[in-house]
Write a protein that binds this ligand. Structure first.
Ligand code: TYM
Length: 355
């Protein structure tokens, strides 16, 4: 059989305000990938409920994230945009993967440890199984490319481990049924039903840090709203947050080496570079030697210029929730047509009578 077709899959949880990290680390890069690959973009609502969500907030946030995708430039007519729970094959495949993945693999996940905190006994079972559902999201479509921020790297390694173990455990069935595709493993080529997905973690903003602490990533769950720029912030709020962002007393360096040991400066330069779509070295060549009192207003202007049109468009889209729901339903129908074929093959490989 031929090699796997290149296909992009990625997702965002509808758990709160989308911020600049989500935008620069993920969504904006998805927009660019649409020109080169067929893409699926997913609002991962089943992942969201691994921790408590107020039902009414969850409904609103699913629509908000969908609006943010569309406002950022995701084309739901050319590609597939949907919410996860509308395609039951994700949860079904995740169950099968729960039986492939080992408990030890899950216990090593740093996001589980962070989210479960000290009271691990009280974390939901879903939170532990979270990466297995993520593997199902990706592999239900046998997606080969997954653009994400740095914090998802370990989850994507686990996705590869699950795919590799499935391919290995069922290799004879996969071959007998003629369902394998070639996968290059070093010098060897093996046959597999699932691809070993490549993470796409690239660019100057794969890990956008908190505006208040350059050692912590920008996050929806940070109690301080000043730590992040939300996609829905207005121009004054964006400017105020950048003005109040933590920095050090020195001027900006003119070369990248000068950012070593200066996490806050590094972060702001990275944000500027990503928003301007220019390399960091370029930004340093322009601003090197100048104080933050000059750099911050330039950054605020750029952020407002790039983000306000998205916020305006989001508001416009959110005025018509029925249209958002139609888009999600249509995307789910198209996603399901692919995922249900994968699942039928998986069942026949595993030996689950289904016909
Ligand atoms: P989530 O919802 O936490 O984040 C969505 C995307 O935003 C990226 N991101 C960041 N990038 C740079 N800097 C930051 N500070 C920052 N914070 C978040 C994340 O890396 C992610 O790409 N488990 C995933 C959702 C998911 C998924 C999937 C992703 C579920 N199934 C399948 C890809 C493929 C998550 O919680 O993302």
């Amino acid at each position: 059989m031929a090699a796997f077709q290149p296909l992009v899959f990625s997702g965002v949880q509808p758990t709160g305000n989308l911020h600049l990290g989500n935008y620069l680390g993920a969504i904006r890069r998805w927009v660019a990938l649409q020109a080169d690959y067929p893409c699926l973009f997913c609002v991962v609502d089943l992942h969201a409920i691994t921790v408590w969500q107020e039902p009414a907030d969850l409904e609103r946030q699913i629509r908000e994230v969908t609006a943010a995708f569309i406002a950022s430039g995701i084309d739901a007519s050319k590609h597939i945009l949907f919410n996860q729970s509308r395609v039951p094959e994700h949860a079904e495949l995740a169950w099968i993967f729960n039986c492939i993945a080992r408990l030890g693999w899950m216990n090593r996940m740093t996001q589980f440890k962070d989210k479960a905190g000290k009271d691990r006994e009280n974390a939901s079972l879903g939170l532990l199984a979270y990466p297995s559902l993520m593997a199902a999201d990706i592999l239900a479509y046998r997606a080969t490319l997954v653009p994400v921020g740095e914090d998802q790297k370990q989850h994507l390694e686990l996705t590869r481990d699950i795919a590799a173990k499935f391919n290995h455990d069922f290799s004879e069935r996969i071959e007998a049924k003629g369902l394998g595709h070639p996968i290059a493993m070093g010098d060897e080529t093996v046959q597999g039903f699932f691809p070993l997905t490549d993470p796409l973690i690239e660019g100057p903003a794969t890990r956008v840090m908190s505006l208040k602490d350059g050692s912590k990533k920008m996050s929806k769950s940070d109690p301080s709203d000043l730590s992040r720029i939300n996609l829905t912030d207005d121009a004054d709020t964006i400017a105020r947050k950048i003005r109040k962002a933590k920095t050090d007393p020195d001027a900006l360096p003119s070369e990248a080496a000068g950012l070593a040991g200066r996490p806050e400066a590094d972060n702001l330069v990275g944000i500027y570079a990503a928003l301007a779509d220019r390399p960091k070295t370029d930004i340093l060549a322009e601003f090197g030697g100048r104080p933050f009192s000059e750099f911050k207003p330039a950054l605020a202007n750029l952020a407002v210029e790039k983000l306000s049109p998205i916020a305006d468009e989001m508001r416009r889209i959110l005025d018509d929730p029925a249209e958002i729901d139609r888009t999600l339903r249509d995307g789910a129908d198209r996603a399901r047509a692919i995922a249900s074929r994968t699942l039928a093959d998986v069942k026949s490989i595993v030996g689950l009578l289904n016909g």
